[in-house]
Design a protein. Structure first.
Lengths: 636, 1027
């Protein structure tokens, strides 16, 4: 029996159990790879946020290319948000990424607060916190301008309440004012700090200017719904230091590879062709002749001013108010905005260093000859797109699109310049042109600002021309009374409306016969109920839209939603577009905000992950969680 | 050795003994072992039951045969000795391996468990051990990933009970838990991680003596924390006494072919709106009428539909060679084996190779042989190349093959590289040419694994045993990916390298006391034990990013700084446990178990948790017999059983407090962040509570058996990551939540329908199970928990509903009940189907019943078997079908080879509450775009399918060559056979897709399918020779 007891003792109270009871045995639940509060610094979080927001190619393609550029018509993608649809998968990714950048921006603020509370701050900690607040406002504006209602006190470890867009805007404006006022520009930074700010290297004066210009941008957003607030905020910021010099530009260098700093427009399969919207604004604007802009080899392709092109009504969507619909332009327009040939390269201009040859695995960019087919698929005619300039309208063309191999092909269409696509540029978040053009708009609205409208307008154009390297045309351009296809001219004082119609000629593509075409400037019912096409506001927004290309498509989309400007042509409805139910073959000549995307629906996961917040968001939205639901500040 | 054997036999003074062994009916019994007692010298009877042996005069011969009583006769002189063997009525006394390796009489168990013999597993010819269990165990579902021969399979016992866990039972090999990781890390819709198979498939089925499946918590309670979903108890072979040398060589050769793939139309070629376009990725082109077209290469070719699936996939070849030795020498036995398996799958370039070495020795020694030692070393090397990439992803070869336009010949895409070194593809899209992918988008992984076990047991007295056991599961896996230059997504290529090591050590000690007739007829047995588990894992990896020098696969050859990651965790659990069993007269049993765990991963306050179990059995047939109640002759055996059990479970490491992480931006500057899950230091252990009741009845001298079980299992306090709005700062938070109930029945019928040792034998087993899953509670006011899905299509756990309810967009219908058109499709003004904006309930992913039917026929040396299994009910959403429809590839888009205009059956609203019959014709392309192209997955209802499938899982034919054919040769037996797997899909509803090709095995949303590789059929020839 004693033996039994001995053995029992060994087994039960023996080594195994002793080990089990020892605290050391269990003391293995601290992650050796994790950092403590003492080990992290404010700039690490801010760097994470600013770097992440440059967008790696995955999220850039979804957010920047497929939503922003497509929704703003700053390139042509025939579908997705431009025709009222969205993609939940992209949205889930975009929402998640953006939340992550907002989270690290917020962590920069809260960690700074905690460091200061603990008395372990550096002399620059407060400034970094203010910068993080300014930066967070920018990210919030990305969020609310995509989706609408959003929280203003998120990232507290519990599901946040969603606030209406007005509250969000008021909060952002207040944040900007307060954060800018609390930056001490006299603080000297240690040299090693600068690398944590890829935009300004923690140059406090530049952050102050950016903060004030951001305030102008956000204040102006309220112009149509809350004019008093817009005016007050705008006027308060306009007299402070603003982002007006090229040296102040908020831009972050791209680099090759596949990471957050890789270019946002680098995916080779996105061909990023010229859109009909851009084209209608470019053609004829500014009076600068194509002859002085393009090499002599292309001069023979320049067509007369009253030429419409080859008419192929069986191959192009025509149930649209695009004034160029139905025509294939077999040459170059005689007058073009000089930025057009810098931003988009003429098909066949292979020796232009900015000629984009993507996708590099095909010869598609170098193949300029494509066919139009008949109903049986036989070749009707073959067209060489070299030296031509086309941008077909969007829409559901039905069989016409299958018969037209020209209109959507890479090699036959002007596409975005290579320099924007190969990770060799800086991604611009705020350019000086925008400040000037915001000031110009404020002047038109009669707000009290320290500059007159004309000066601001011309400064804005000058800044854009400098950016595109076409300043040699500036003086002629500013004095031009030439109308573009939307009926707008450049010259500040020239507000005469274009004639209702102009007589032009065309060639019937099928028969070769020449015919007369009565050209009508499109009517934009969203602006002054279609009464004006060449007023000051239209001029300013036209210039702003062209200046924001290609880096600020979200702002271009914002302006269109806010003002209905510039003119966006309707997608052609040969077949019904189920996602734009109010656009029909009966009303396609009208221009209504219900024909254009107004927002991005929340990701489908939100309903599940934050049911209370989602319900609040829906309440504030005042409509279904859909692409066509207007945001608070939008033109209805 | 053979020479030696022959010499031994002939050297002694011998007498010749012959005779015939028959059963009580006088029929000869083949295969009876006739041995000289106390030796290994022996023969077996031939097909007629005849034997012949030379033995020394006065020897005792032992005649034994499974299912028969063993007889011994003394032979004094040469001559004829005929022997009659009687059936063994004591066969009821089956012994099975239960928890902690305790071998018990099956009749004494108070819970359901099922044992499968190693032979039955080998016969299936499946390459993955998990798959061999398909249809063999009631209540056990094998969820296959269809990611090729190295893909994972998930075992689910009695339904899904955990919201986020993998829902798999614990795998225990010879008393030591084995890591049975499964599936891919990320099973997202677009970009998925690779499926690295499941841990259990590292084992060689031929080394397995038996598998006990402990289904409920009761059976598993003693295994503690991780056994909440049951236990798969694997016992490897130990040396058995064998005639001859004990060496067995087996070889099998298999060929693999595509079993089933989606139905495609063959009448329309590449293009859009009826017009041919050689660059289009759609097949809405013109009808194929034998015309000539200019293809994407510029050549004039006849317009034809091609069998691209058939042309792309290769016949797969698998080879398996095993050499084993087993023998018993006095009180020591040894089993050792070497196995090499090579699988070249039907998927070109994909393969798996596995080498297994196992040695296990058991010896009894010391005074009165009171000491027992059992030691095992098992080494596994498993290497896989080119595991298939799934998901809606440019690298998904299967997606690209299925969606190739019908009139493009895939063989034209081979060779896949042009003169510039670029990938060849028929248009500018960023898809991957399957031929290119198999050569230039490569992944490799190689695992070295050891399973070690050592046990020492000492019989302190005749009623008290003590034992200590230690065991380890230890592995290192190396991973490598190489993307060559010339592709589209990353034209300069990339390289990654990583390594993961894992070990789990277990140390345990047990004391077991056992006394029968302690008081009157009461027997008591008690076990007291303790266990310490230590787990550690670490990994490190690096990715070059896009390469600078093309095709130089080195981490530092990136354009940017390489990305480097590392991970580490440690976890420890200490436990004490006890088991008390009472037995009254061998027919009434009561067992109680208790276990207390202390886990390193929970807070000090919550670290300790206790859970008990109680079960009881009454063998009423024996009770009645002992009370002299006469049972009818046809009633052989009957018992009832009931049990209650709880099992606790702890948390993963480092999940109590949030900490900061430090990393680098692309320029090498420091960044910091906080993890994506919000932790709560106050979380507690999980608890699974199970109740079970069962009856086991046998009739007609055991020829018919019925086993019925009812169970109810509630999983509560589950540790889950509850999704949060990312704007909270976290994607999820860790909480204790949920009450998930699984209630069901399991029914098993065993029949020995024909029993004729000399003639035809037929045994059949039918099992059926049905599980009902309900979500009693989730968390506070949360009504739904997202399990998986995409876009509108969501697989959810729903309070008041089920686990795996599928929600999505449905067809809009007339909802006005007073309308004569109530329930009909409500079409748009243009006559198009419309989707609901709200998500509707579309089905539940779980089968309503699982069926397995196994039959074995034997006639003399010939055995023939077949198995049918069925998965009845349940729904699945097929995104493959949606893609095939939108692209004009699916067979349904061209019924009878035509694409006429159609008028959708439905009504159009008049705007005043009335409806008119639709008469607006629309084109086939418009119709299918509407139902399959709205959003990402179309109108979801259109591609919901009944997931029922019934298939002839396998047939096998084996022949034991007559002994006399190699009489005089040192061969003990030769067995040869053929097996065919995935023989016939008797019933399925997904237009050619195999319902088994589900999306992933880590996700619990199995009601969702997306472009998986086709399943394969395997034909296997095997040869087994023993010496």
């Amino acid at each position: 029996m004693k033996k039994i007891i001995n053995i029992a003792f060994i087994f039960i109270t023996g080594g195994l159990l002793l080990a089990s009871c020892s605290e050391d045995f269990f003391d293995v639940n601290t992650n050796p790879k994790a950092a403590s509060f003492e080990q992290v610094q404010v700039e690490y979080f801010l760097n994470n946020s600013i770097t992440g927001a440059q967008m790696d190619p995955h999220v850039a393609e979804r957010q920047f290319i497929l939503y922003w550029k497509t929704g703003s018509r700053q390139h042509r993608v025939n579908g997705v948000i431009a025709t009222g649809t969205y993609n939940d998968g992209w949205t889930i990714d975009n929402y998640g990424y953006l939340s992550g950048w907002l989270k690290t921006a917020t962590l920069a603020i809260t960690v700074a607060q905690e460091k200061m509370a603990a008395g372990v701050e550096f002399p620059y900690t407060n400034n970094l916190m203010q910068i993080a607040r300014i930066w967070r406002v920018y990210l919030m504006s990305e969020f609310t301008d995509n989706y609408g209602p959003m929280p203003i006190d998120g990232f507290q470890g519990e599901n946040p309440e969603f606030k209406d867009v007005k509250t969000v805007y008021y909060f952002m404006l207040e944040e900007l004012a307060d954060a800018v006022s609390k930056i001490d520009v006299n603080v000297q930074n240690p040299a090693a700090l600068a690398k944590y700010d890829k935009a300004y290297g923690f140059d406090y004066n530049k952050w102050v200017k950016y903060g004030n210009s951001m305030r102008l941008r956000l204040a102006m957003r309220l112009s149509e719904v809350d004019a008093a607030k817009a005016k007050a905020e705008f006027e308060a910021a306009a007299s402070r230091p603003l982002l007006t010099d090229a040296a102040d530009i908020f831009a972050v260098a791209e680099k090759p590879g596949w990471d957050a700093l890789t270019g946002v427009m680098t995916r080779e399969w996105n061909s990023q062709p010229l859109s009909a919207t851009l084209n209608n604004l470019y053609i004829g604007l500014g009076g600068i002749h194509t002859e002085v802009q393009v090499p002599e080899a292309f001069h023979e392709k320049i067509k007369p001013a009253d030429y419409m092109g080859l008419h192929f009504e069986e191959h192009y969507g025509v149930y649209t108010n695009d004034p160029t619909a139905g025509f294939l332009y077999d040459g170059l327009y005689p007058v073009m905005d000089p930025r057009a040939y810098k931003a988009f390269i003429i098909p066949g201009w292979f020796n232009n260093p900015d000629f984009n040859h993507y996708p590099s695995w095909t010869q598609d960019a170098f193949n300029t000859t494509r066919n139009l087919l008949d109903g049986d698929g036989n070749v009707l005619t073959s067209i060489n797109g070299a030296g031509t300039w086309n941008a077909a309208c969007l829409g559901a063309w039905g069989p016409k699109s299958a018969r037209n191999q020209f209109a959507f092909y890479v090699g036959t269409n002007p596409r975005l310049a290579h320099g924007y696509r190969n990770s060799s540029s800086k991604r611009v978040f705020f350019g000086p042109w925008e400040t000037h053009l915001l000031l110009a708009e404020a002047a038109v609205r009669g707000w009290s600002i320290p500059v007159n409208g004309k000066t601001a307008y011309e400064n804005g154009i000058a800044a854009s021309f400098a950016y595109f390297g076409v300043s040699q045309y500036l003086q002629d351009y500013l004095g031009s009374e030439s109308y573009n296809r939307a009926g707008t001219s450049v010259k500040w004082e020239h507000t005469a409306e274009p004639p209702a119609t102009e007589t032009k000629y065309y060639i019937n593509g099928y028969t070769g016969e020449q015919g007369t075409h009565t050209f009508r400037y499109p009517v934009n019912h969203m602006h002054h109920n279609g009464q004006t096409k060449n007023d000051l506001l239209t001029k300013i927004i036209t210039q702003k839209y062209l200046a924001q290309l290609p880096w600020l498509p979200l702002e271009a989309w914002n302006d269109h939603r806010r003002l209905g400007l510039p003119f966006f042509e309707n997608p052609s409805v040969e077949l019904p577009i189920t996602t734009l139910p109010t656009l029909t073959q009966a009303n396609y000549m009208e221009s209504r905000s219900s024909f254009f995307p107004q927002r991005v629906p929340y990701p489908s996961t939100l309903e599940n992950s934050n049911p209370v917040g989602y319900a609040q968001a829906l309440g504030h939205l005042g409509g279904p969680d859909a692409v066509l639901t207007h945001l608070w500040w939008a033109k209805k | 050795m053979a020479m030696c054997f022959a010499f031994t036999v002939s050297a002694l003074a011998q007498i010749n003994v012959t005779g015939r062994v028959t059963d009580t009916d006088g029929l000869g019994i083949p295969g009876v072992t006739v041995v000289l007692r106390g030796t290994t010298t022996g023969v077996t009877t031939d097909v007629d039951g005849n034997y012949s042996i030379s033995v020394p005069a006065g020897s005792v011969l032992q005649f034994s045969f499974i299912g028969m009583q063993t007889r011994e006769i003394t032979v004094t002189q040469a001559g004829v000795y005929n022997v009659v063997l009687a059936a063994d009525q004591l066969l009821l006394e089956e012994f099975v391996v239960t928890a902690l390796g305790i071998v018990r009489e099956k009749k004494s168990l108070g819970y359901a468990m099922q044992e499968v013999s190693g032979d039955a597993l080998v016969q299936t010819g499946e390459n993955s051990l998990a798959n061999t269990l398909t249809g063999k165990v009631s209540g056990l579902e094998v969820v296959r990933s269809s990611t090729g021969p190295a893909g994972s399979s998930k075992i689910v016992l009695r339904g899904f009970s955990s919201l986020t866990g993998d829902n798999q039972p614990l795998v225990v090999v010879d008393g030591i838990p084995m890591n049975n990781f499964t599936g891919a890390g990320n099973e997202g819709y677009w970009n998925r991680d690779l499926d690295f198979g499941n841990g259990m498939s590292d084992l060689n089925p031929e080394d397995i003596e038996s598998i006990s499946v402990l289904k409920g918590a009761s059976a598993a309670a003693l295994y503690g924390s991780r056994a909440g979903n049951g236990v798969i108890l694997i016992t490897t072979k130990t040396g058995q006494r064998k005639p001859g040398l004990g060496i067995t060589f087996s070889a099998s050769l298999g060929t693999e072919s595509v079993f089933t793939h989606p139905d495609l139309q063959n009448s329309f070629g590449q293009g859009d709106e009826g017009i041919f376009d050689p660059l289009s990725n759609m097949s809405w082109g013109p009808q194929i009428t034998g015309q000539m077209v200019t293809d994407w290469t510029g050549k004039q070719v006849p317009f034809t539909a091609y069998d691209n699936v058939g042309n792309y996939f290769d016949p797969g070849v698998s080879q398996n060679y095993a050499l084993s030795f087993q023998q018993q020498y006095d009180k020591a036995s040894i089993y050792t084996s070497f196995t090499r398996r090579d699988d070249q799958s039907v998927i070109p370039g994909t393969g798996l190779a596995r080498t297994n070495l196992l040695t296990r020795a058991v010896a009894n020694f010391g005074a009165d042989e009171r000491w027992t030692i059992d030691a095992k070393v098992q080494y596994i090397n498993a290497s896989a190349k080119n595991r298939p990439i799934l998901g809606f992803n440019f690298s998904n070869t299967y997606y690209n093959i299925y969606t190739l336009p019908r009139s493009i010949d895939i063989r034209q895409l081979n060779p896949p590289v042009n003169e510039l070194g670029q990938m060849v593809w028929f248009n500018a899209r960023n898809d991957i040419n399957p031929y290119w992918g198999e050569k230039y988008d490569l992944n490799f992984d190689n695992r070295d694994r050891f399973l070690l076990q050592g046990l020492v047991k000492y019989a302190v007295t005749d009623w008290l045993n003590a034992e200590v056991q230690t065991g380890t599961d230890l592995f290192t896996t190396n991973y490598e990916t190489k993307l060559y230059a010339g592709g589209r997504h990353n034209p300069s290529g990339s390289y990654s390298l990583s390594k993961e090591t894992f070990f789990e050590h277990n140390f345990s000690g047990m004391l077991t006391g056992n006394k029968d007739n302690l008081i009157d007829r009461l027997g008591v047995s008690a076990t007291l034990g303790a266990n310490v588990m230590m787990q550690e894992s670490s990994n490190i990896g690096a990715n070059s990013g896009p390469l600078e020098v093309p095709n130089l696969f080195a981490i530092n050859n990136g354009i940017s700084n390489p990305g480097v990651w590392e991970g580490f965790y440690q976890k420890r659990i200490a436990s004490v446990f006890g088991l008390v069993q009472f037995n009254w007269a061998g027919y009434f049993f009561v067992d109680a178990t208790m276990r207390n765990d202390w886990s390193s991963t929970l807070s000090i306050e919550n670290r300790s948790y206790f859970y008990p179990s109680l079960n009881s059995t009454l063998v009423f047939s024996e009770m009645l017999e002992s009370m002299d109640v006469l049972l009818p002759r046809w009633f052989t055996f009957g018992k009832i059983r009931a049990s209650f059990a709880q099992v606790g479970n702890s948390l993963d490491a480092y999940q109590l407090f949030n900490t900061y992480g430090i990393g680098r931006d692309p320029l090498g500057n420091t960044v910091a962040n906080i993890g994506n899950v919000l932790f709560d230091p106050n979380v507690r252990s999980e608890l699974i509570t199970s109740r079970e009741f069962g009856v086991d009845l046998r009739f007609f001298q055991n020829r018919l058996g019925i086993d019925f079980t009812w169970y109810r299992q509630n999983a509560t306090n589950q540790l889950i990551n509850l999704p949060m709005d990312p704007l909270s700062g976290f994607g999820a938070r860790k909480i204790n939540a949920g009450d998930i109930q699984n209630q069901g029945i399991e029914l098993m019928l065993n029949g020995r329908i024909l029993q004729n040792p000399a003639g035809l034998n037929w045994t059949a087993q039918l099992n059926f199970s049905r599980n009902e899953n309900s979500i009693i509670d989730l968390y506070e006011d949360i009504e739904m928990y997202f399990l998986g899905g995409f876009d509108h299509l969501r697989v959810e756990a729903v309070v008041g509903g089920g686990y795996g309810d599928i929600y999505g967009s449905a067809f809009r219908r007339v909802t006005d009940e007073s309308s004569p058109h109530f329930g009909r499709m409500l079409l748009s003004a243009n006559g198009y189907p419309q989707a609901t904006t709200e998500r509707e309930f579309l089905g539940n992913q779980n089968p309503t019943g699982l069926l397995g039917f196994t039959n074995t026929f034997s006639y003399k040396g010939l055995t023939f078997g077949f198995a049918v299994d069925g998965r009845l009910g349940g729904s699945i959403f097929s995104s493959t079908q949606a893609y095939l429809q939108r692209l004009g590839l699916a067979a349904v888009t061209a019924p009878d080879g035509k694409r006429d205009q159609m008028v959708v059956d439905g009504v159009i609203a008049n705007g005043d509450g009335t409806y008119s019959e639709n008469n607006i014709p629309i084109g086939a392309q418009q119709y299918w775009w509407t139902v399959a192209f709205t959003g990402n997955l179309g109108i979801n209802e259109a591609n919901m399918y009944d997931a029922t499938s019934i298939r002839l899982r396998n047939i096998n034919l084996n022949y034991n060559l007559p002994r006399r054919w190699f009489a005089g040769m040192p061969i003990q037996g030769v067995n040869t056979g053929v097996a065919l797997n995935n023989v016939w899909l008797i019933r399925s509803h997904i237009h050619g897709l195999d319902p088994e090709s589900v999306y992933g095995t880590r996700t619990n949303a199995i009601g969702f399918e997306n472009s998986a590789p086709p399943t394969s059929r395997i034909f296997l020839f095997n040869l087994n020779v023993s010496f």
